[in-house]
Write a protein of this length. Structure first.
Length: 599
């Protein structure tokens, strides 16, 4: 376990030309690779989670380092119809709907602080033994909209030429019916283990598909089993019920209203900590309860790189030259991005990467955005703007923020999250355990991991799904601290996330995998080809009681933020509570309509 994998093992086990990718990787200010580590290959190799350069500039902005420098900004002389802050799904969606309504008369500039567009919809790429592998950095799991339903997602699938039927890598004959997830959420406790195979690791012993088997094999008392089954099968609720659930914590609901054992709260805690950002004693019951889906819910599916697919299709539609080929599934997913085409003067839609907006203000009859890039400040102007950046950033960036919105934003608190993609040379140990998805307890790192059945992206062939072949094992974990208020949990978790080195996380992951899988033949030195960390300092807006419907007769703070002010519309997925692709795109459309109504 003392052996390091940061460089040597990855390069020894990959067939790549990865040297060029490694040379492009930015070094953290406090030591080469101490924070970032290996970031993968391909288009996303400089943008895994929030890399250190993004974190560093964000902290300077938070600390007011640019406050007295904005007058020194270089005016680019550019004038647009719309400036969008952030190239996540909300920002890309806002630009898409604005351009759809205005056509080429609507010139749009998207300013993005990362080296790659997509926000949380990005992917990690590996090349292991000649096989290209993909894992989601954050957002994954989607539902195929019913054709002709007239929903926003139905229209987008048609307009962006996204298919609704998919092919999957065929399991090899020796898998003998092993049910492998097609996304990274379907095995978690808030969904079900009736349709995928899940191994549960209890203090050195394994049990399988416990909820599908009435908790047989789980080391729980009969009374606790009854309580867990009741928790797991109590779903849904009318609008009045949802309003009530917003007024109490999830712990109060589980233990006080349902009368269940506190161990049920503890069992639910990791998935709540991941999706909601804090423990059940700090999150409203509406948020936690709605994660528990009926047992017969359809299993989730994921694109190869998660919801990266939606971002790439939007960019291809906005800037056709940005991704070579046609607007179809194959070309959009498989062709490399032409970064030179993203910000071309003649293009009616442009994306400017590595551009951190430090101030957005009203100027004359429109707005002016000041952004940092390459150590210099620049000013660009437009008739209107959409602030599709995260709320924690908007508090510092939006000049002249009305007291009502500032007060509303003061109620927003944020939590970190960490996702990790581990490239495996093989997954024979998971096959031996009959556990393509795993939930474990009292570990050194995380609480859940899984491999996926790979989608045959863009019609390209895939090798049979075989335990002897390379695959990606994905970990998702929240970082929270039960027993403390939501803000304190978020602050403490963020400090831990940012102060833990890559090497420390790497060691903990290798040790955790050894604890789980060594008896099944796992050997970290031979079975791990590479590890990519995706750190998100403000990944989740936490939903305490009152987040959805307000408290003490006052409206929810998210409603005040949605109103925007002047020529600035504000939109980000956190305004929906649970952050997901569908909600982000809905926010983008709402913001575009708000701007268009300004005239």
């Amino acid at each position: 376990m003392a052996d390091r994998i940061i460089r040597r093992d990855f390069l020894n086990r990959t067939l790549l030309g990865a040297g060029a990718a490694l040379l492009r990787m930015p070094a953290p200010a406090f030591g080469a690779d101490t924070y970032t580590g290996f970031a993968g290959v391909g288009d996303y190799a400089r943008s895994n989670g929030d890399p250190w350069p993004v974190v560093a500039v964000g902290h300077r902005m938070r600390d007011g380092a640019f406050a007295n420098l904005t007058q020194q900004a270089i005016d680019t002389g550019e004038q647009f119809d719309l400036i969008v802050l952030g190239a996540g799904l909300t920002g890309l969606g806002a630009a898409y709907y604005f351009r759809k309504a205005r056509g080429d008369s609507g010139r749009c500039l998207i300013l993005e602080n990362h080296a790659m567009f997509g926000g949380h919809c990005k992917q990690n790429e590996f090349l292991v033994n000649g096989r290209r592998l993909f894992g989601p950095q954050a957002s994954n799991d989607f539902g195929v909209p019913r054709e002709g339903s007239g929903s926003q997602m139905d229209d987008l699938f048609r307009e962006l030429n996204i298919p609704r039927a998919f092919e999957w890598s065929e399991p090899s004959a020796r898998l003998e019916g092993l049910r492998i997830p097609r996304d990274n959420y379907s095995h978690m406790d808030g969904i079900n283990d009736t349709q995928v195979d899940v191994g549960y690791f209890f203090r050195g012993k394994w049990a399988h598909n416990i909820f599908a088997n009435q908790l047989e094999g789980a080391p729980f008392s009969d009374a606790l089993k009854r309580d867990l089954i009741r928790w797991r099968t109590t779903t849904g609720g009318s609008e009045p019920v949802q309003r009530h659930l917003d007024s109490v914590t999830y712990q109060q609901y589980i233990e006080g209203e349902l009368g269940l054992d506190p161990e049920v709260t503890k069992f639910a805690e990791p998935v709540i900590g991941l999706i909601c950002g804090a423990s059940p004693d700090a999150v409203c019951a509406r948020a936690g309860h709605n994660l528990v889906r009926p047992m017969n819910s359809p299993p989730g599916i994921s694109f190869p790189g998660g919801n990266t697919t939606f971002a790439r299709h939007l960019v291809k539609s906005l800037i056709p030259a940005a991704i070579p080929g046609e607007l179809n599934f194959r070309d959009v997913l498989t062709r490399p991005v032409d970064f030179r085409a993203l910000d071309v003067k003649e293009s009616p839609a442009r994306i400017r990467l590595d551009a951190t907006v430090v101030r957005l203000e009203h100027s004359g009859s429109g707005v002016a955005a000041i952004y940092e890039s390459g150590g210099k400040l620049y000013r660009v102007r437009a008739k209107a703007a959409v602030a599709a950046s995260a709320g924690w950033s908007n508090r510092h960036v939006l000049a002249g923020l009305p007291a009502e919105i500032r007060s509303a934003y003061d109620e927003f608190v944020y939590a970190p999250a960490l996702s990790v993609n581990v490239a495996l040379t093989n997954w024979s140990f998971l096959y031996k355990l009959r556990a393509p998805a795993v939930r474990y307890f009292d570990g050194q790192f995380g609480w859940s991991c899984n491999i996926r059945q790979t989608m045959a992206a863009g019609g390209r062939s895939t090798r049979p799904l075989d335990p002897g072949e390379p695959e990606v094992l994905t970990f998702y974990t929240g970082i929270y601290d039960p027993g403390h208020p939501a803000k304190d949990q978020g602050d403490a978790g963020r400090k831990k996330l940012l102060s833990t080195s890559y090497a420390e996380y790497e060691r903990a992951i290798r040790q955790q995998m050894t604890t789980l899988f060594a008896d099944a033949g796992f050997d970290a030195r031979h079975d791990i080809a590479g590890i990519v960390l995706n750190r998100w300092g403000h990944a989740r807006v936490i939903q305490p009681p009152g987040f959805y419907y307000g408290r003490d007769g006052k409206p929810s703070p998210r409603q005040a933020v949605e109103r925007g002010f002047g020529k600035i519309a504000i939109a980000h997925s956190e305004l929906n509570g649970h952050q997901n692709a569908t909600g982000a795109l809905a926010q983008g459309k709402r913001a575009a309509e708000q701007v268009l109504a300004m005239g």
